[in-house]
Design a protein around this ligand. Structure first.
Ligand code: HSE
Length: 431
């Protein structure tokens, strides 16, 4: 029986889930793959912290260098998150010829090319399935399962915390209570502003776009808006019109062969597949030029979903080491899939628009006049009777060039009868 020695950096929610998975499925792995796993080193911040799993104290250290430099570690699991010292530790592990598994999307999105080059130079590989969409094998699907396809578009709910918060808010829980629950359940990042501000989904979108289109897209090429700017009233207006607001990552190939990548709150039909994804689940719709539409669904965050992806990578690493193929693929290979990043202003989409206006004559015609001047066609307009001096007007548009919408918003915002900065969100009529 071939034995692999595993070193883990970080024994928080995900690290604990990984240890539990090896204990639960060790006999299955031995029988199914002929591999035995021994966790030989674990780096933690504090030896005395309360933990979700018991680990023999003799293999614990507070120095992560002990893991990446250990002679008795074949596969290093980086589960600490963040940029530094994670980047330096992963580079050291790769330079020591070890296979590396990471769940760290910020690290892969920002430093991917540097890490893949280090892996290639040392005849090893970095695996990162857990970095996007938790337990959904989306990296493997793009790299292997859909390899016969040119990818046309990817739309996804990629942040479990945001989807959990939005689901709770629809059911009447406040934003603050929902975020606290997501943190308690181990869904949120150490810094939850990365979740609610859209940065986490932005990192994941950049990784998916890179794999789909064969060139490395960094986070600064992703236009990001989070759910922290949402008002409950927008969730209610969307619901009344048959939609639900989700934080959607949109990765689209434009007509000039460029790739537009954005993350933003988006209205989607309640009955659509993506609109039915609730709680901590993620859902990803990929359009391939051979297969057509595909949809991937599963838990996007939390102990079990993420450790499932990490341990699957450990098994893949073991198979690659055992067969000698580990040196053949560093984790990413560039190809000619697109000709660079596109401007978001070139994207055509429907939009939701909420304008709070003075409730007086000619206001509505002024607003619709400005939209008309920018070639924006109105699909519906809603104004409920108000007993105040102000009233929200909600407009759903037909397809609009984003650049035209931005110009119209700027004109609207400068009108004295417009009392608040207009709110606008993308609207997608997914099936
Ligand atoms: N904070 C992330 C989420 C964890 O909520 O999706 C998984 O990447």
């Amino acid at each position: 029986m071939k034995k692999f020695r595993v070193g883990i950096i970080g024994l928080g929610t995900v690290g604990s889930g990984v240890v539990e998975c090896f204990r639960k499925n060790g006999a299955l792995f031995a029988s199914r793959y002929g591999f035995e796993y021994d966790v030989t080193k674990v780096a933690v911040r504090n030896l005395d912290s309360k933990r979700l799993v018991e680990v023999d104290r003799s293999i614990m250290t507070t120095n992560p260098e002990d893991v990446v430099n250990a002679d008795d570690v074949d596969i290093v699991l980086e589960l600490m998150g963040g940029q530094e010292p994670a980047r330096t530790l992963v580079l050291k592990a790769l330079n020591n010829g070890k296979a590396v598994i990471t769940a760290n999307k910020a690290l892969i999105a920002e430093s991917g090319p540097e890490l893949f080059a280090a892996a290639e130079a040392n005849g090893t590989r970095i695996f990162f399935e857990a970095s996007v969409a938790g337990g959904i094998p989306i990296i493997k699907s793009l790299q292997e399962g859909l390899s016969s396809n040119g990818i046309e578009s990817i739309h996804g709910i990629l942040n479990g915390t945001c989807n959990f918060i939005l689901s709770c808010m629809e059911a009447g829980t406040s934003y603050t209570d929902a975020l606290a629950d997501a943190q308690r359940l181990g869904y949120a990042e150490a810094d939850p502003t990365l979740d609610v501000g859209g940065g986490d989904a932005g990192h994941k979108a950049a990784i998916l776009a890179s794999l789909a289109f064969g060139q490395w897209f960094t986070s600064d090429m992703v236009s990001v808006r989070g759910i922290d700017e949402l008002d409950l009233v927008d969730i209610e207006f969307a619901r009344d019109a048959g939609y639900r607001i989700k934080l959607i990552a949109n990765i689209l190939k434009t007509e000039d062969d460029k790739v537009s990548i954005d993350v933003q709150p988006t209205l989607v039909p309640q009955a659509s597949m993506i609109g039915s994804v609730m709680d901590v689940y993620n859902g990803i719709k990929i359009l391939g030029n051979t297969v057509g539409d595909t949809f991937f669904y599963g838990q996007g965050a939390g102990k079990d979903a993420t450790s499932s992806a990490v341990v699957t990578d450990v098994i893949d690493a073991s198979q690659a080491i055992a067969s000698g193929m580990i040196k053949d693929f560093s984790g990413f290979k560039a190809f000619e899939g697109a000709s660079g990043p596109a401007e978001l202003s070139a994207v055509v989409s429907r939009f939701y628009l909420r304008v709070v206006v003075e409730d007086s004559p000619k206001v509505l015609s002024t607003i619709t006049g400005i939209l008309g001047d920018h070639n924006i066609s109105i699909a519906s307009i809603t104004q409920k009777e108000s007993h105040e001096k102000s009233v929200p007007v909600v407009i759903l548009t037909h397809d609009v060039l984003t650049k035209e919408l931005e110009a119209a918003l700027s004109n609207l915002d400068s009108l004295p009868v417009v009392l608040e900065k207009p709110r606008t969100y993308r609207l997608e009529d997914f099936d």
